[in-house]
Ligand binder design. Structure first.
Ligand code: NAD
Length: 497
């Protein structure tokens, strides 16, 4: 039986009580400084959330440090039971958490529900792994001793999450850290703190011990993270966000040699080869491009099409794009929700203005949708001249760009012509070709004939400027573990000496 803690401050949102304070050492902690959270579909304020400064964040780190030894010492089966309980409670709260996610991020409710289901699956998957984190045993190559390798948690961690997948990012990171036996300080994204709070409340109600997970919200991310990163008790930072901020954190990690995992930006190519199933490629490209209004690190940033089928593909892709319904995430007809903020939408408009200046043809969209909220038309360009910075940067917007290429070789060369290396996609009916092209694409993940590929058992992450390390799969848990090697002397009969 778990005790349900009533946080001291809640806001009644769509009938749900949502914590709006920090969570430190097992209790909700208020701050007199607060900041507003907005619904991007209306532009209206929906909540006021506690605003942490550096000292509050260091308090959270104190709690994580205090809990570290007890948490790592808990038998794996006990930790696994807590995860299983959290998974059950999460599922009971599916509607509430999905609705709050839609409210603060704007994403269509169907997308929020899909993100919820995947996040819950991560918890189930971690619960199944915890008791199976095995080491190894080997004979030393020169004989005389044995090599015993085990895995130890790296220690207290700082987890920094973005707003575009408010639940998945915290569930995937915190799940892996906690499964490995690390404690955590989570810093939510300013735009979406409520989903993070609901997630942490689930862990509390499941019975995770005080201090194992701690959550702070802030408008001073840079100052707060600099303070925590400079504390020698912190042993790992795991960050999801832009390459620019990731670079800053890596600099901050250097003096203390803090272990760092980075899930950063992307410039994903979606390659449609001459033998592709055009209907499949077009429909999956629409998902890979316009999911979350294009605000996804794994979005199809450049659609690269063999010219032999380009006319047919473009006609179908544009028709499907024109059919997308843009609106509130709570409208069941909606395919594409709002952009996260007014500032971000201005950035999207500026990108469109820039594409108008280069050798590119606008095939649909291009405008701000007037009225309340931050909506923008799904937009498609066919770009004729690739020698432009616009063709090699992350758009992070509902703007699809299509490029024609002569053949597979040219498609691969252009696909790889980017500083990023997160997700790529290839469409072909020939699996042997898919395999060859997949191997030559310099990306951490390649979707073959599909536009979505996140899964608890898969190692998610990128190469080059897209990051360091992986989330998900065994690799994801290993990110929070360090191998420990014991050299144990044995006598001639093999007995411990
Ligand atoms: P962002 O880098 O601005 O912010 C991400 C997080 O970092 C937020 O919590 C923010 O408050 C915090 N932050 C900002 N400045 C900071 C600083 N100086 N020190 C510490 N923390 C700081 O990114 P965003 O706009 O929220 O998200 C968009 C970016 O995230 C895109 O580039 C996208 O590709 C990337 N992203 C990557 C993945 C992935 O798994 N690879 C997933 C989602 C998003």
């Amino acid at each position: 039986m778990t005790t349900v803690l009533t946080p001291p401050v809640v806001t009644d949102l769509r009938g749900h009580a949502v914590p709006v304070d920090h969570y430190i050492g097992g209790t909700w902690v208020a701050d007199s400084d607060r900041f507003a959270v907005f619904d991007p579909a209306t532009g209206r304020q929906i909540a006021e959330v506690a605003d942490a400064d550096e000292s509050r964040a260091l308090e959270a780190l104190d709690a994580a440090v205090d809990a570290q030894q007890t948490w790592r010492g808990l038998p794996p089966r006990r930790r696994a039971d807590l995860f299983a309980r959290a998974h059950r409670i999460l599922r009971e709260r599916a509607d509430m958490i999905s609705e709050i996610m839609t409210l603060e991020s704007g994403k269509p409710l169907a997308e929020a529900r899909a993100e919820f289901a995947l996040s819950a699956d991560f918890f189930l998957w971690y619960s199944e792994q915890i008791a199976h984190l095995h080491g190894s045993f080997a004979e030393a190559s020169q004989g005389g001793y044995r090599i015993i390798t085990s895995h130890e948690p790296v220690g207290p961690t700082l987890l920094i999450t973005p707003w575009n997948f408010p639940l998945l990012m915290i569930a995937r990171k915190a799940g892996a850290a906690l499964a490995a036996g690390c404690t955590a300080v989570v810093k939510s994204a300013r735009e979406t703190p409520l989903t993070c709070a609901l997630f942490v409340q689930v862990l509390h109600d499941a019975g995770f011990p005080p201090g194992v997970v701690n959550l702070v919200h802030t408008t001073s991310s840079a100052r707060l993270s600099a303070a925590v990163m400079g504390d020698p008790r912190l042993r790992k930072v795991s960050f999801t966000g832009s390459t620019e901020v990731g670079t800053t954190l890596l600099r901050q990690a250097a003096p203390g040699i803090v272990n760092a995992a980075m899930e950063l930006g992307g410039d994903g190519p979606l390659v449609v080869l001459h033998d592709a199933d055009i209907e499949l490629a077009a429909s999956q490209a629409v998902i890979a491009k316009f999911r979350n209004a294009g605000q996804a690190c794994v979005a199809a940033n450049r659609i690269i099409v063999d010219e032999r089928i380009a006319d047919a593909f473009i006609e179908r892709f544009v028709a499907l794009t024109k059919a997308l319904h843009v609106g509130s995430g709570f409208d069941p007809a909606t395919d594409v929700g709002p952009i996260i903020s007014a500032t971000q939408r201005e950035g999207v408009a500026a990108l469109v203005a820039a594409f108008e200046e280069i050798d590119a043809t606008r095939l649909t969209g291009g405008g701000i949708i007037e009225g309340e909220g931050y909506f923008f038309e799904p937009t498609v360009y066919e770009v004729h001249d690739r020698d432009n910075e616009l063709c090699h940067r992350e758009l992070f917007a509902p703007i699809a760009t299509i490029y024609r290429v002569a053949d597979t070789a040219e498609a691969i060369t252009f696909a790889n012509d980017t500083r990023y290396g997160l997700a790529a996609y290839v469409f072909t009916r020939d699996l042997s070709r898919a395999f060859t092209v997949g191997e030559r694409l310099e990306f951490g993940m390649v979707g073959v004939n599909r536009g979505i590929m996140a899964d608890p058992a898969a190692p998610f992450g990128g190469t080059k400027a897209s990051g360091l390390g992986r989330e998900g799969g065994q690799h994801g848990i290993c990110e929070f573990l360090e191998p420990k090697y014991l050299a144990v002397t044995v006598d001639e009969e093999g007995a411990l000496a």
